[in-house]
Design a protein around this ligand. Structure first.
Ligand SMILES: C[S@@+](CC[C@H](N)C(=O)[O-])C[C@H]1O[C@@H](n2cnc3c(N)ncnc32)[C@H](O)[C@@H]1O
Length: 229
């Protein structure tokens, strides 16, 4: 780890992502999108956790830098990747990195949703800053429409325990745009509508390239920072 900073006010979560190595469906679509370009890409992975994404797709990149808020998770990522991934302990909302130096920035596995809404937007702004013109941002986010579709008694059985807890936290009138839903442990997670996400991305100057919606609990967005490389 080349830099150590203290975690910021952003909520610290110990969930490190799934303990498996294969790409999920959204990540497979990302792999197809960049196909034979991977070896040339300079990739920044926000919220690298214990390093799953390095095994899922990161190893293919020309340069791969991970950022992780939680020191212990970053230490495990360095250990698991045997030092092949560069990992910085830092807050994605305040990246200790120069502008315009990455071809692709990722925030996989809904990691963005564990930040509160203003921090979430700051993180996307930081992603735009460190991308080169024409570079791409990939992230996934929890779909509010997916959750609401399962709020009735007939479909509630499709939800996991934690999703039922989050649904119970949904207040009347709070079902548009973005909501922060809490589980029984008090952890907040953002759920957003597609329209809200599109507005947020456009307000940050991104051009939306692809939306991968496989009717799972999250959607993947691939967006571009306008400009020529
Ligand atoms: C759901 S886990 C995903 C881990 C890994 N990317 C994966 O896909 O398996 C989200 C990760 O993002 C990290 N994280 C959340 N907010 C962050 C922030 N503001 N800056 C850096 N890392 C953050 C968490 O500590 C956690 O390791």
């Amino acid at each position: 780890m080349s830099r150590k900073v203290e975690p910021s006010a952003t909520r610290e979560r110990s969930f490190a992502g799934p303990d498996r190595w294969d790409p999920d469906d959204h990540e497979r679509a990302l792999l197809r999108r960049f196909a034979d370009q991977w070896a040339q890409l300079r990739v920044l992975d926000l919220g690298i956790g214990t390093g799953r994404t390095w095994f899922a797709f990161g190893w293919r990149a020309g340069r791969y830098v991970g950022v992780e808020l939680v020191h212990e998770l970053a230490r495990r990522a360095v250990e698991r990747t045997a030092g092949r991934a560069t990992v910085l302990v830092a807050d994605a909302a305040r990246l200790p990195l120069a502008a315009g130096i990455f071809d692709l920035v990722c925030f996989p596995f809904n990691g963005l949703d564990y930040a509160d809404p203003p921090t979430r937007t700051r993180i996307l702004g930081e992603a735009a800053r460190v991308l080169r013109p024409g570079g791409s941002l990939y992230f996934t986010t929890h779909s509010l429409e997916w959750l609401l579709d399962r709020s009735g008694p007939d479909r509630r059985g499709e939800l996991s325990t934690i999703e039922r807890q989050r649904l119970a936290d949904l207040r009347p009138g709070g079902s548009t745009g973005i909501v922060v839903l809490h589980d029984d442990a008090g952890n907040g997670t953002c759920y957003v509508t597609h329209d809200w996400e599109m507005d947020e991305l456009r307000s940050l100057g991104f051009v939306v390239t692809d939306v991968h919606d496989d009717n799972s609990s999250s959607r993947a967005y691939l967006v571009e920072r306008p400009g020529s490389p």
